[in-house]
Design a binder for this molecule. Sequence first.
Ligand code: SF4
Ligand code: SF4
Length: 401
Amino acid sequence: MTGKKLTRRRFLRDLTAACTCSSLYVNTLNPRHALGKPHKKYASKNKMEMEYRTLGRTGLKVSALSFGVMRLAEPAVLFEALDMGINYFDTAHSYQRGNNEKMLGDVLEQYGREKVFVATKIPPYHRRLGMKRLNDQKSLEAKMEKSLNRLQTDYVDVLFLHNIKDPDWPVQDEMLSFCQKMKKTGKARFVGISFHSGGKTYVDTVDQALKTDVYDVFLATLNYKSPKAHMDALKRARKKNVGIVAMKTQAGGYDQGVRESFNPYQAALRWVLDREFVDCAIPGMVNRQQLAENSGVIGMKMGWSHRKTLAVYYDGIKDRYCLKCGACSSSCKNTVDIHTIHRSLMYWEGYRDFELGRKTYRELSTAENALACIGCSTPACRCINGIKISERMRYAHTTFI
Ligand code: SF4
Ligand code: SF4
């Protein structure tokens, strides 16, 4: 690139000057906001000493608190995270229509690509033809080239097949040979899978992927309300020395007004980091306040009052927050994807990100979305945790369509 030494201040000045409304991160960059003060009350009181853990058989020494870049629009927050010792950054081919990879690539080009670990994700399915139509190897490779280009790098440290919704996907020949080729050519140092779907699909995805011995890392939904079967599956993976990266760690991040010395998001993150089978967590962070809050859990001990905080928090969201236990999976008389629709609502109601919720919903085919729920006069769907599924599905459809 320029070869010119770039300070953070100059970087922000240049980036702001270059703002042309063409991409989300440049478009929304506001240095004053980016450099605004973190929320003092919840920030770490002492200078934090980052904790590092070994990411399974990859041997990478990753920061326990790592960074889910997905919704971030302010590159200055990444510089601050780097200063704190965060060294693992997770993005994806599809986030912010590619601008998320570009933003991370720009920052790392200035900071030094070799000093950090980068993970990205390639979707194994073809979106326009529906979630279940798998990509062929050629198109997977084309997406990978595009991602490397945006990230301004020749390799990623971990390449994930993104959002596995069918346990048979990771064992398909085309997926396996794509992953092996990426490793062989050095474009990916390690490979893995990411998955959200709950219940049997979650467990079967883990067990099927383990059979191949190809995948080095699993990126999995995990939080203090995760079903035991999910955690047992991850423990089996960890026993085989597969690295475990936890996502969706804060059970939706709904603002319930619960404010204790250790707020519910901090307590939820600490709970995940206390699981011995977890190597790092990648909470999504969108500003300095969230970074400060999350870094505040490093070195903290979880006590009775924090568990109580979590219980109060869950009590306030239990009518909306789907635990992905899978108990309702076969209760729909049609083919509605209840899990993904709940996730799209969580993006809107919990993360306050309407666009992400709508995008997630609209990626579903007509057979999978909640269109069928609108005319369903005798709903068969049942939630063992008290969520009124049919109402929530109809609400999602009317909200996002
Ligand atoms: S309301 Fe929707 S999710 Fe429930 S049974 Fe009917 S179609 Fe299926
Ligand atoms: S809707 Fe209820 S039963 Fe279905 S996965 Fe979510 S929490 Fe479990």
